[in-house]
Design a protein around this ligand. Structure first.
Ligand code: KIV
Ligand code: ZN
Length: 514
């Protein structure tokens, strides 16, 4: 029996970007969009065009790059929002305007200060306006899971009549419970008279850790679009994770009445790319994409897997993009081999200079480390462009000294606007000393919110991937750095974050209504 298609709507670059510090530049969004296209998602929500000129440019650039997926921009149910979204999507092959307004009593009364009738009128007006620009219009009832059933039925019927082709019912605050939420979606589909004229969609937040369960329950009750993000990135505790939804539907094909068209082998490369661009590490025990997701430690498990894989494994690692042969290259590998391996991993570079820079970093790494793994190449790809000439602060060298019983100290050489400077500091540890030495020169006025280190591969010669989160004037940015020397990786991550703080337009101003 043929199954219904489950539409995968990726919102990594919109809701995912709303995580503090996860903002992305236009070029980073283009790279993520390419990875999403390789994954074969159905819809890419590229951003919120009206939020800032940077967001507008990013949505426009993604719309012009992507050929095989619909590209959406978010827009409040407001005239200017919709015009901006339409303008940013002008050159998309398949533009979608995603407009929304809150429908719960608490949001309508306190946030919007509007009556339900006003909300309904504005929703209908906005959907009609959006339909003037494209046939693909999605309408979201923000805070749907806390909205009144009868009002939802009225507004959904009205916006479908006005031309909405997708109706999204977000669990905005992550309050839903799987049984109840699924039943609620099913009841709406059964009750709204013109429900058959639209696809019903869900968008669940993970505040109670139930985003995936709620989404899948809704699918069992008739939802045919799920909004999700790579690695579950998103506001607060995040959104439903794309990889978990897709693999649940595929692995339990005996239960779910739907299938996706996702190229699952692209899941891990996409996860690594999003992690290195945002600087949000993936926890090792994260389902599907965590480093330990397929690692069997207990002897009894290892024995079972060796005798018959399915004793303990319900999915094959290679089906989600963990390569079986992860040892790829060494110091004698040439440009063509390195480039071919990057291509096999789905990594392409915009310009010959970027490829050259990646190759140079590969050679530097191969000098320090005998075996280069796919993860190393992905880390290299993640940092190409992050140290380009235009960046204000560049790492040159450092010396860090730790003697038991003595205060750790560091001398850092960095280039600021092309001029080399050297700075010395003592600290509570070598990383602290390095950061203090940098600050002695830079005086950034930032506050360090987070510092984390992850080993990219196994072995003590592994590269360390460091993430640094800084805050200044309520703006939060992340920086990432990778090196076989954890102190150097830390310095690179710190400088990367400082460059982001002072550099390209990324973070969008807080917009009321989401
Ligand atoms: O969580 C939410 O309600 C949203 C909507 C704007 C779709 O992100
Ligand atoms: Zn959301």
């Amino acid at each position: 029996m043929s199954k219904d298609r489950l539409i995968i709507f990726d919102t990594t670059m919109r809701d995912g970007e709303q995580s503090p510090g996860a903002s992305m530049t236009r070029d980073e969004k283009i790279r993520i969009a390419r990875a999403l296209e390789r994954l074969n998602v159905d819809v890419i929500e590229a951003g919120f065009a009206i939020a800032s000129p940077g967001d507008f440019e990013a949505v426009k650039a993604v719309a012009e790059t992507v050929k095989n997926c619909a590209v959406a921009s978010l827009a409040r149910a407001a005239y200017r929002d919709i015009e901006e979204a339409a303008a940013a999507l002008k050159n998309a092959v398949r533009p979608r305007i995603h407009t929304f307004i809150a429908t719960s009593p608490i949001h309508m009364q306190y946030k919007l200060q509007m009556t339900p009738e006003q909300v309904l009128d504005q929703a209908v007006r906005s959907v009609k306006q959006a339909r003037g620009h494209t046939d693909d219009v999605e309408f979201s009832c923000e805070d749907a899971s806390r909205s009144e059933f009868d009002f939802l039925c009225r507004i959904i019927e009205a916006v479908i009549a006005a031309g909405a082709t997708t109706i999204n019912l977000p669990d905005t605050v992550g309050y839903g419970e799987p049984g109840q939420y699924g039943e609620f979606i099913g009841r709406l589909i059964r009750t709204v008279p013109n429900a058959d004229k639209a696809i019903f969609s869900v968008h669940c937040h993970n505040d109670l850790g139930l985003a995936v369960a709620n989404s899948l329950s809704a699918v069992m009750h008739g939802a045919r679009q799920v909004e999700c993000t790579i690695n579950g990135l998103g506001e607060r505790a995040g959104n439903a994770s794309l990889e978990e939804i897709v693999m649940a539907v595929r692995t339990r094909a005996d239960v779910f009445p739907v299938e996706t068209r996702i190229v699952t082998e692209e899941i891990v490369p996409a996860s690594r790319l999003v992690s290195s661009i945002t600087g949000f590490p993936v926890q090792p025990n994260k389902a599907i994409v965590g480093a330990n997701a397929f690692a069997h430690e207990a002897g009894i498990h290892q024995d079972g897997v060796l005798k018959h894989r399915e004793t303990y494994e319900i999915m094959r690692a290679q089906d989600v993009g963990w390569s079986t042969n992860r040892l790829v290259l060494g110091k004698h590998s040439g440009r063509a081999a390195v480039r071919a391996r990057f291509e096999e991993l789905g990594i392409s570079f915009e310009t010959p200079e970027e490829l050259e820079s990646a190759f140079k970093r590969f050679k530097e790494l191969a000098d320090k480390k005998h075996e280069i793994f796919d993860e190393d190449l992905q880390a290299i790809a993640g940092t190409v462009g992050s140290e380009d000439e235009a960046e204000r602060y560049q790492f040159v060298a450092l010396e860090a000294i730790s003697h038991t019983g003595e205060k750790p100290r560091a001398t850092v050489t960095l280039s600021i606007d092309g001029v080399e400077r050297q700075s010395y500091a003592e600290g509570d540890g070598p990383v602290d000393a390095v950061f203090k030495a940098i600050e002695n020169e830079v005086h950034s006025g930032t506050k360090l919110l987070l510092f984390s280190i992850n080993a990219i591969t196994t072995g003590t010669d592994s590269q360390a991937e460091v993430m640094v989160r800084l805050e200044r004037d309520a703006r939060i940015v992340n920086g990432a750095g990778a090196d076989t020397d954890i102190i150097v990786a830390s310095a690179k991550a710190y400088l990367h974050a400082l460059n982001v703080m002072g550099g390209a337009v990324r973070a969008h101003p807080q917009i009321g209504g989401i």
